[in-house]
Design a protein around this ligand. Sequence first.
Ligand SMILES: Nc1nc2c(ncn2[C@@H]2O[C@H](COP(=O)(O)OP(=O)(O)O)[C@@H](O)[C@H]2O)c(=O)[nH]1
Ligand SMILES: [Mg+2]
Length: 371
Amino acid sequence: MPIKLQFGIIGAGQSGKTTIFNALCSANASVGDYSSAKAPNIAMVKVPEPRVDRMAEIYSSATKVFGEIEFVDIAGMASKGSASREEIADKLKDIAYIHAIRMAQALLVVVRCFEDENVPHPRGSINPVRDIVDIESELMLIDLVQIEKRIEKLEHLLKVKHSEENKRELTLLLKMREQLESEKPLREMEFTKDDSYVLTSFRFLSHKPVLYLLNLGENQIDRAADLEGKYLPVMGKNKAVTSICGKIEMEIAVLDEADRDEFLQDMGLEKPASERVIRQAFDLLGFITFLTAAENESRAWPIPDGYSAFDAAGEIHTDIQRGFIKAETIQFSDFDSIGEWNAVKKAGKLRLEGKDYLVKDGDVILFRFNV
Ligand SMILES: Nc1nc2c(ncn2[C@@H]2O[C@H](COP(=O)(O)OP(=O)(O)O)[C@@H](O)[C@H]2O)c(=O)[nH]1
Ligand SMILES: [Mg+2]
């Protein structure tokens, strides 16, 4: 079963989360909606992958299948400003809000840059750096409150009964608390393999990779690079920054194909910026992509870096994994330049890989299996 890649879209009220959700997903959710009590908007989008297009061309494939990301537009940023610990503790009772963020694999944080007097900012002014700090603090505080609760519980348990496992968890959580108290998010901490069970079970918010998306006004687009550069110093491990004009992109997203091409041409653009953002979001996850190609279908398979050929086979079908014999593997770049299977084989570019082979980005694989 392919892994579900989910991004939560968060950010200050009126920063343009829903607008950007619509732009990325060609959706039609209502914007300018203050209520945070609503259920989140959810949609899937294809991750642009030119290598699938090329493989489909080589094989004249009937269909193309791309990797997908699910975006969840989560309304209801807890803090109107920098939230206090009490406010966050209170907000932790907002199960739906926290749960929605917790479930996401990574976060897309919308940072308002556009100016518009008719759209009030909850903090009364436009200040992207402040908003970035606000969000980070909120995520860290939510984690901190949760970690403190767990520490208390573990300390209690350990007083009653010795347990190596609880002791190890406590040591890790104490280190995390220290990190958060020095106002650094968990994603910037170094973890070992042994820590992963704690990380997977808690799904800490400040541990998630984050893409900051500057939502630019129409008149700011030509300064995009400058503005992005301005916020790079606040970026770090598992963080990235990019920009888009949500409003224009949302208009593009609802056009039919012919109108869209014309619109883009008029603007001197090749592709909608939303495609670039989707790709950047995907890249942040650190996944790699292997490909399958045939007459019936060319397809991209996103997998975590470090998957073996055996793991990769399981992504496609348990039968293929169970009956695994060999993975016939060709690097996409060879396929691309030679352009045909037999010629690729003749050129000696086909490798026969076994179960333990570590799949590389751009491998085109044909699994041989027997069930
Ligand atoms: N001028 C301008 N207005 C925008 C832009 N993006 C969003 N808005 C407006 O800001 C308001 C809030 O947008 P919305 O997407 O609902 O924000 P959310 O509360 O973060 O979901 C709406 O009236 C949007 O039309 C933009 O790039 N430029
Ligand atoms: Mg909204």
